[in-house]
Design a protein. Structure first.
Length: 259
């Protein structure tokens, strides 16, 4: 499992209880085993797809899940999100552009989730930059944020996660080429934005949020606050999303006597 040498403090925007060390990992341990082990298997560059059951949270503490669910920003102006801000289910993805299994999720699973659930208003996907593999990961994260300033984050995301894209590296020229491929119109602005303090701050905030809940490897997910670790099969995401949607529907029905 690859982790940075130093873990920053949690973001001040997190609910207070989320500042407990390793909260995310502990929730997953209660549910299905070690998060770090499952995520390591999922992110190992040459490892086969994990056949380990998904690490999903089904433990006895719903208050923890509710607090984790509060990390969803639901900002209609969020450039790094897809779907309705009021969607009943929010999937938060913590990922690194150099993570092989983040790319596998982006290519093989995410497009189908968008087709099935984002397009019908059930799901919102919120991306969090979680660069843990060094300077190139940091640069790609800032570049993705810069592409988002021109409404091209998701096009950049597709280009950066294309088959074999990471093997070409994420140097400055390559990132600019990816931005052009993604349809970023003002490449000079893109370069300025990617090198700005605002880009660094945005990426740092995302990463601190991940560390604040105890995530240490990529990809890691929250589905309405319930952790799911690794690039799991489509059926795992389908089950998690549909269960969360049903739970939200039941909550709504319980609050409406007419139903």
């Amino acid at each position: 499992m690859t982790t940075p040498a130093r873990r920053p403090s949690p973001s001040r925007r997190e609910p207070s209880s989320l500042r407990k060390p390793l909260l995310f990992g502990l929730v997953v341990v209660l549910a299905a085993g070690l998060l770090g082990f499952v995520s390591y298997r999922a992110t190992a560059p040459d490892a086969p797809a994990s056949d380990t059951p998904a690490a999903t949270a089904t433990g006895p503490d719903p208050d923890v899940y509710r607090e984790l669910a509060e990390l969803a920003r639901r900002d209609p102006g969020d450039k790094l999100a897809l779907g309705r801000a009021d969607a009943p289910v929010v999937l938060i993805e913590y990922a690194d552009f150099q993570c092989g299994y983040c790319g596998k999720f982006a290519r093989d699973t995410e497009p189908e989730l968008i087709r099935r659930y984002v397009d019908d208003g059930t799901l919102r996907i919120e991306w969090r930059n979680f660069p843990i593999f060094g300077e190139a990961s940091e640069a790609a994260a800032r570049a993705s944020w810069a592409a988002g300033r021109q409404d091209r984050f998701w096009a950049f995301h597709r280009a950066a996660f294309a088959e074999d894209a990471k093997e070409k590296g994420f140097g400055a020229d390559r990132l600019r080429a990816l931005a052009g491929e993604a349809g970023v119109k003002d490449l000079d602005r893109f370069t300025r934005d990617a090198g700005s303090a605002a880009a660094t701050e945005a990426v740092t905030e995302d990463r601190e949020q991940a560390y604040g809940i105890g995530a240490t490897s990529t990809p890691s997910f929250l589905v309405n606050g319930r952790p799911l670790a690794g690039s799991q099969p489509m059926a795992v995401f389908t089950q998690a999303i549909e269960a969360a949607a049903a739970e939200e529907a039941n909550v709504g029905n319980a609050g409406d006597p007419a139903k």
